[in-house]
Ligand binder design. Structure first.
Ligand code: ATP
Ligand code: MN
Length: 481
């Protein structure tokens, strides 16, 4: 491209700053971050979200009318015409302005996002505007990059993207946590003779819910296409108001025919390392910004609670070191011998709490951990039963600062064992007959896992609350925007 072609098509700030083509004419469009006025010159910092960096527009006296300048405040949207000149500031170039069109004003008395530090709690209430801050711009660009990397990884490794249903008629993970989907009149629903709601008259002729996982249908795909993955929204009505749970989140679920638990762990580790490395390689500017933010945040904490590594160091560490692999039983021994006093007691057979998981990862091993072979009774019915009669071929991947980031297993492929286990935990055969049937027709060993997308984004961005890594979070009592 030669010099003055910027005017031929729309150009965005990322490209302008990267190419730094001195003397070319440009039109910059974006939102005002700051405006600084001195006697003879006005500096306007503009950002269009394509990069964390702002471009500086320099307005010399008389270049633009006083009327126009007076309409420009933080948050306004501008179209700025001018020439790229060398800059003394943070960037190589800045715009010497010849004309400004105010596309949209922002009343400084009312616009809530001012150039100062706002709390994340405050910004959650302004979720419609928070993408215009440095932090949220960086987070959502990284979120995009990770989503893209997920598809790239699987495509490069011969997986097929399978779209599993969002509305389901099965409740494989346990009742009480699902959102009902219905078109029945909420005030006067049709009733059966014994006074219950008559779902045969509902839209699907049966009770339906939003899915809590695409796994069961994913398995059907793997037992035909060998390697599949799902990547879609997932819904859980659990009333857990924590910094790691959303009512609506995105989950990635690969499922692979002929894989056993070892293969499953290898896939999970390779996949996570690939994704973190992808972010390091492709989101350097945003990660650098978040690294500084993270360091600032850590400084506010008491010394013993501070992270030993900075954000970038933590990401590099995960890419460069193998995950520790051990059984649930071995982990329970470590926890029972730990000097630390836990809020919840640990004994073989109890489910591990987040404090236990984080102790193993952050204090004991100081690296990501994969725990395997959990007691059968604390895990789902579809996990492969081991010969010891007590454990199943489950695996959880635990990450620093997060706890569980992946949950998965080798699946039970024996028809009788699977059917009996489903009955034991109270899942009616007629609700999953199609799932059971795959174990009667060409059953095979297979394994898979679920990665919570927002937990991955939490880890990579170093943010502390899962509400801050999804554009519009859904949590108990909160579905604004
Ligand atoms: P947890 O014990 O942390 O509640 P889980 O064992 O219920 O998680 P799984 O059913 O194993 O979760 O789901 C697979 C992955 O999905 C988890 O490892 C986690 O990364 C993510 N995940 C589960 N529940 C949520 C949620 N409510 N919000 C965000 N991510 C979640
Ligand atoms: Mn789990």
């Amino acid at each position: 491209m030669n010099i003055n072609t910027y005017l031929m098509s729309k150009v965005y700030i990322k490209q302008i700053l990267e190419e730094a083509r001195l003397d070319s004419e440009v039109v910059v469009r974006g939102w005002v971050r700051t405006k600084r006025q001195s006697k003879n010159v006005t500096f306007i910092n503009i950002n269009d979200g394509t990069t964390i960096h702002n471009i500086q527009a320099v307005v010399e006296a008389d270049a633009v009318s006083e009327d126009i300048l007076a309409r420009i405040h933080t948050g306004a949207c501008l179209e700025v015409y001018g020439k790229l000149i060398a800059s003394m500031g943070n960037q190589k170039v800045e715009v010497q302005v010849s004309k400004i069109v105010v596309l949209g004003e922002a009343d400084p008395e009312k616009y809530p996002i001012q150039p100062k530090k706002h709390s994340f709690e405050f910004l959650r209430e302004k979720a419609h505007l928070r993408p215009r801050t440095n932090t949220f711009g960086a987070i959502f660009r990284i979120r995009h990059a990770l989503a893209f990397a997920i598809h790239k990884y699987f495509n490069d490794h011969g997986f097929f993207y399978l779209h599993t249903p969002i509305i389901t008629g099965s409740d494989a993970e346990g009742a009480g946590e699902m959102f009902r989907v219905t078109t029945l009149d909420p005030v006067h629903p049709p009733k059966t003779e014994d006074g219950k709601v008559d779902y045969t008259q509902d839209f699907f002729g049966k009770e339906t819910n939003l899915t809590v996982s695409g796994q069961l249908e994913g398995e059907l795909g793997a037992m035909a296409l060998s390697k599949i993955y799902t990547f879609g929204p997932t819904f859980r009505a659990e009333n857990s108001n924590t910094s790691r749970h959303l009512a609506e989140f995105w989950m990635i679920e690969p499922e692979v025919a002929f894989n056993d638990l070892q293969d499953n762990m290898d896939l999970a580790e390779d996949f996570l390392q690939y994704l973190v490395k992808y972010a390091l390689d492709n989101c350097a500017d945003d990660l650098q910004f978040l690294d500084a933010r993270f360091a600032e945040e850590e400084k506010q904490k008491p010394t013993q609670e501070r992270s030993e590594l900075g954000l970038l160091d933590k990401l590099k560490f995960v890419v460069e070191n193998n995950f520790e692999r051990l059984t649930y039983t071995a982990a329970v021994d470590i926890l029972k011998n730990a000097k630390k006093k836990f809020q919840y007691p640990v004994d073989w057979g109890t489910d591990l709490q987040s404090e236990h998981e984080r102790y193993l990862v952050e204090k004991h091993f100081k690296k990501p951990v994969i725990l395997t072979d959990y007691p059968a009774h604390i895990k789902a019915f579809y996990m492969k039963q081991s010969e010891d009669g007590k454990t199943v071929r489950a695996m959880d991947v635990l990450f620093p600062g997060i706890g569980e980031i992946i949950g998965g297993s080798q699946r039970e492929d024996d028809y009788e064992k699977l059917k009996n286990r489903a009955l034991e935990v109270g899942i009616p055969e007629e609700s999953i007959w199609w799932y059971l049937e795959t174990r009667q027709f060409g059953s095979c060993p297979h394994a898979g896992f679920g990665l919570g997308f927002e937990r991955l984004v939490l880890f990579v961005t170093g943010m502390g609350n899962i509400r801050d890594v999804i554009p519009f979070p859904r949590t108990p009592k909160n579905a604004e925007f």
